[in-house]
Design a binder for this molecule. Structure first.
Ligand SMILES: Nc1ncnc2c1ncn2[C@@H]1O[C@H](COP(=O)(O)OP(=O)(O)OP(=O)(O)O)[C@@H](O)[C@H]1O
Length: 291
């Protein structure tokens, strides 16, 4: 669903308002609101089970939220209400792409083929959805050529050009993670959601990932929302961090702000509620009460 009227400022790409998601008796997300700015890397962090993946699943149409509104503001000013759209429409019309916590590549296809499959919608459109189109239409041939160029561009950005003809399943783990991101970028997203892109990476692979994400932001202006446990990645590349605990937002701001927020420190240390005040007092004492 697209609206012409836009109540968001143009520098906001995603607005989540009063989002709630209930699974039976469990309130996984409870009245969550936050914004992501256009061109920013926004990180969603929090302890295990805080509700991060559930938020992603609501944004990308895998779950229908119990309540709340999720607005995606495209460059041209069109606003899409994601909670009313299917996952397919969210990818095609709202230009949102995602990767998953567990790698989901076609491991038997080559690296290049994985990137061509991602552009299947564009290719089918160019074929006119006919067998004749597939066999001979110049528009289809042109579209194939363009898709290969797009794939090569992202393979180069992900430092995978030399592995283009190898089966995706043969790549080392870190390279498979970068391939997933390259595949998502081949769909030309305005908003890229990455679920734990640094999970299982060694320090060298984490550095390559940081470089790839910074390059995406710089070269394409694509806005990124990432869930990440690796704080070195979060603090290094994020412009903005939103912290969840038990489905609620407990902090929201720059990496420096949340890093020093006593509520975040308490959540990560896993202290009991009645000890939070003590931790806050302790942290504020150490930082000179600068919050
Ligand atoms: N489909 C589902 N059915 C029932 N409960 C679910 C479902 N998906 C998530 N949950 C529950 O919702 C809560 C939040 O889970 P979620 O996976 O969103 O957390 P997370 O912050 O992403 O955790 P992690 O960091 O461990 O991946 C958890 O208690 C989880 O068990």
């Amino acid at each position: 669903m697209a609206l012409e009227t836009n109540t968001m400022t143009s520098d906001t790409i995603l607005k989540v308002e009063h989002l709630s998601m209930r699974f039976g008796g469990l309130m996984a997300i409870n009245d969550l609101s936050f914004e992501a700015k256009r061109g920013d890397i926004t990180a969603l962090i929090g302890p295990n089970g805080a509700g991060k993946t559930t938020v992603f699943n609501c944004i990308t149409g895998f779950y229908k939220p119990t309540m709340g509104m999720i607005s995606l503001n495209r460059k041209g000013g069109q606003v899409h209400l994601l909670e009313r759209m299917t996952d397919f429409e969210i990818t095609r019309d709202a230009k949102v792409a995602r990767t998953f916590q567990n790698i989901r590549l076609f491991s038997g296809l080559t690296v290049l083929e994985n990137l061509l499959v991602a552009q299947h919608n564009k290719l089918m459109l160019a074929s006119g959805y006919t067998i004749l189109g597939l066999l001979g239409f110049p528009t289809y041939k042109r579209a194939v050529g363009e898709s290969i160029e797009v794939a090569k561009y992202w393979l180069e950005k992900a430092s995978l050009l030399d592995r283009a003809d190898d089966p995706a399943g043969d790549l080392p783990y870190g390279a498979q993670r970068r391939l997933e991101i390259a595949r998502a970028m081949c769909t030309g997203p305005e908003f890229l959601c990455l679920d734990e892109p640094a999970a299982g990476l060694n320090p060298r692979e984490s550095l390559a990932l940081n470089e790839l994400l910074r390059g995406i932001r710089q070269d394409t202006g694509t806005s990124i929302l990432l869930i990440e446990h690796d704080m070195s990645v979060v603090m290094e590349i994020s412009d903005h961090v939103v912290v969840l605990e038990y489905g609620q937002k407990i902090s929201d701001g720059t990496p420096d702000h949340v890093k020093n927020d006593p509520k975040v420190i308490a959540a990560y240390l896993g202290v009991e509620d009645d000890e939070v005040e003590d931790v806050i007092a302790e942290v504020e004492g150490e930082t000179g009460g600068a919050h």
